[in-house]
Ligand binder design. Sequence first.
Ligand code: ADP
Length: 336
Amino acid sequence: MQPSRQSELELIKLTKRYGNTTAVDAIDLRIPSGSYCCLLGPSGCGKTSTLRMIAGHEDASDGDILLGSRNITVLPAAERGTAMMFQSYALFPHLTAQENVAFSLKMRGVAKAERLKRAQDLLERVAMGGYAQRKPAELSGGQQQRVALARALITEPSVLLLDEPLSALDPFLRIRMRAELKRWQLELGFTFVHVTHSQEEAMALADQVVVMNNGRIEQVATPHALFNAPATEFVARFMGGHNVLKHNDQTIAVRSDRMQLLRTPGRSSDALNATVQAIEYQGSYVLVSLGAEGDLTASDDLSVMLQEAEFFNAPFEVGTAVQVSWRAADAHRLSA
Ligand code: ADP
């Protein structure tokens, strides 16, 4: 399979309205050819609507979708050069793995011998050649996932669209299949657009993470840039691992693992007094949750991640009064 070089995807003022609800609000986005892009955000932020418009399963209310040099906005799904990988439970239960994979070729009128051969080739490609005659119920969750991938690849798409493909799997399998998805994407070399509400999944997989909120894009960045320089308060809170503080009339984010805890309350300007409220052992780190005094905190909770050894050298206890501080260089300014 030769993925097209022309698999760059561009969304221009793409909009989806359902009656009075604007689900996707004039978003602009460029997804480079051959990259792994994750659309990330809380439930209802417009991820699935965006993916379904790219797939052609939902009409765009406004705006354009370009794939390579083609405007695909109003093309039928089957003519776009995109394919959707559904969750494994969307396999047809009464068909064999091979028949499942061959299904869309059948719909396109490809002769039986030809479509079964192509399906078998693809099953071999995802290490499922020996399971061609099994029905989905006779396969493990991970094996079903591979069949679902082969089924999506049979139309030789230049963009693969994945809608929460791992959410039905148990946590161990999810992490394993996540690694497989990444490997397949590198091997196949074409563009993957993957919808998820899990920051961890997006961080693990994506070259480019698109954080969405309320039908709009909050930030587009690499996982590393997103975690080290969240652009907005929403992104800092959604990604987790940050404290959002109001400091000198600015809103700042400081990574939880970049904060220091001292036993003696004090009055330094880049510090605040707090009380330890909970301690959670997390292996390499110990998570210390704090209730802060004064008006420095933007909100509710404050957390500090201490290296395991540092914590156990002189453990804090619930109720201990402490001073939380950070280096100015670790404070990252947020826009509203
Ligand atoms: P996400 O995938 O991020 O959870 P969706 O794209 O599914 O978000 O939904 C975005 C918004 O559009 C939500 O407010 C949702 O309720 C609404 N919505 C989605 N699909 C429909 C529909 N078919 N009819 C009406 N409203 C919808």
